[in-house]
Ligand binder design. Structure first.
Ligand code: NAD
Length: 476
């Protein structure tokens, strides 16, 4: 496959310098990718600005733009298997995750937003002024910078790209430096689908490329998914320049397991919610609040389930958990395992590991964790799970909310009234009841507090990439 950047419809090697992207299951170099520079960012933003102004894109009939998105969805679906294998090779996630969830979700987002293209309406309002007709239009913002993380590279890109294009914006994409390959392959499909040159540009590289995009005066909006630390920096810069900004940031999701919960269902759902993609999920279930009477039973069952997981290369048929994305992530997760032990939590037996070439982390389940321990407070973004006992259900909401984050939460209870009352009081953008962390293009997604600003998906995705214009007409 091509590994060049896409700028103004042309493949570009930039100034010729490259960086390697690795297979995290083996540590081997998969490909060399261009190290983009500020000059590449400038060229990409200029191309996107020209494309935004051109009649070909701005003036395109909604039905024609919808057709282009549907064509791109069809091309991606036809090539889904190759995309899934590439994502697994570059990111590490098992093929069941990339092929069964991430790539289909990306296709679904394209189709969902293709459906919106012809339905983005304004309003009319009865003003208390004589002889005036008043209506609104929803207009695109201009050039949007889409900056993505490494945990679900293609899927998270599509959460941004599909609504950005559906609403008539043009974009410059900056994939994470650890996992650029599916984004570059998608750039090939963008060309093949016939989306006009300059509408979608891709510049590869590290944080410097991201910074150059965020500060570029030609960029009207930054849509960012990544860490809270970087999100704060981007939010501050966007605030100074009064750019639109959406931030999807970190999380530390509480999982409340009430005394009446079906423990076996809760264990199965929490194993999936906690260990999907080796725990590299912003909404990963990580803090399990369990009624003290059932704490040991839950912790033992959760630990046994985690210890029985088969770790291996994501492309192998029997793999249940792949590696984490990099040596840094592995070292960070293992550092937290040591911290948990030093802080006095009980570490249960961990799964065996026969292959130590890649960046594998054996899942670690801690029980007897207290709220003040670092493993219960800080985002680890790896397979490290904390079980915390509770005695009094009245203390639950305060304890679950005692975090800077507010992305997601889950509640397990057979009493649907109790579960819904808790759901209303937990400060999180998404609350699931008795289920693993599912996503859908039609369901708004985003965080409260330090987990972000704004929402993606559903109608929120259209709002995030448009602004309202008021048009007044004097009728007299
Ligand atoms: P990161 O913040 O380190 O990097 C994300 C992207 O931003 C990368 O493309 C990176 O190159 C770029 N970047 C880094 N510094 C930048 C800067 N100063 N200016 C502009 N761009 C910059 O995050 P990561 O380590 O790739 O991803 C993990 C984090 O992402 C976790 O905190 C996780 O919770 C979060 N995440 C959130 C969601 C969500 O929907 N809320 C989804 C996935 C991941």
């Amino acid at each position: 496959m091509r590994t060049e950047m896409l700028i103004d419809g042309e493949w570009s090697k930039g100034n010729g310098t490259t960086f390697p992207t690795l297979d995290p299951a083996t540590g081997e170099v998969l490909a060399e990718v261009p190290e983009g520079t500020e000059a590449d960012v400038n060229a990409a933003v200029a191309a996107a600005a020209r494309a935004f102004e051109s009649a070909e894109w701005a003036g395109m009939l909604p039905a024609a733009r919808a057709k282009l998105l549907l064509r791109l969805a069809d091309l991606l679906e036809t090539d889904a298997d190759a995309f899934a294998r590439l994502e697994t090779s570059d990111q590490g996630q098992p093929l069941g995750v990339s092929g069964g969830f991430a790539v289909p979700n990306a296709v679904e987002h394209l189709r969902y937003y293709a459906g919106w293209v012809t339905k983005i309406t304004g309003v009319t309002a009865p003003l208390s002024i004589p002889d005036v007709d008043y209506r609104t239009r929803r207009e695109p913002l201009g050039v949007c910078a889409l900056i993505t993380p490494w945990n679900f590279p293609l899927m998270i890109l599509m959460w941004k790209l599909a609504p950005a294009l559906a609403t008539g914006n043009t974009v410059v994409v900056k994939p994470a430096e650890q996992t650029p390959l599916t984004t570059l392959r998608l750039a090939g499909l963008v060309k093949e689908a016939g989306i006009p040159d300059g509408v979608v540009n891709v510049v590869t590289g590290g944080p410097e490329v991201g910074r150059a995009l965020v500060r570029h005066p030609g960029v009207a909006k930054v849509s960012f998914t990544g860490s809270t630390e970087v999100g704060r920096e981007i939010g501050a810069q966007a605030g100074r320049e009064l750019k639109h900004v959406s931030l999807e940031l970190g999380g530390k999701a509480p999982s409340i397991i009430a005394s009446d919960a079906d423990i076996d269902a809760a264990v199965a759902g929490n194993l999936m919610g906690g260990l999907l993609n080796a725990g590299q999920v912003c909404a990963a279930y990580t803090r399990f609040f369990v009624d003290a009477a059932r704490h040991d039973e839950f912790a033992e069952k959760l630990a046994a389930g985690a210890a029985s997981m088969k770790l291996g290369h994501g492309l192998a048929d029997d793999t249940q958990m792949g590696p984490v994305v990099s040596a840094e992530q592995r070292d960070q997760a293992e550092r937290y395992v040591r911290i948990g032990q030093e802080d006095g939590a009980h570490l249960h037996d961990r799964a065996p590991l026969d292959d130590d070439r890649g960046f594998f982390v054996r899942p670690a389940v801690f029980s007897g964790v207290t709220d003040d321990m670092r493993i219960a407070r800080e985002e680890i973004f790896g397979p490290v799970l904390s079980v915390l006992p509770y005695d009094d259900p009245d203390e639950l909401v305060a304890r679950a909310n005692d975090t800077v984050y507010g992305l997601a939460a889950v509640i397990w209870s057979r009493d649907i009234g109790t579960a819904n009352r808790l759901a209303a009081r937990v400060r999180a953008g998404t609350v699931w009841i008795n289920m693993p962390p599912f996503l859908d293009a039609a369901a708004a997604w985003g965080g409260m507090k330090a987990s972000g600003l704004g929402r993606e998906m559903g109608w929120s995705g259209i709002e995030a990439f448009t602004q309202v214009k008021s048009i007044w007409t004097h009728l007299a």
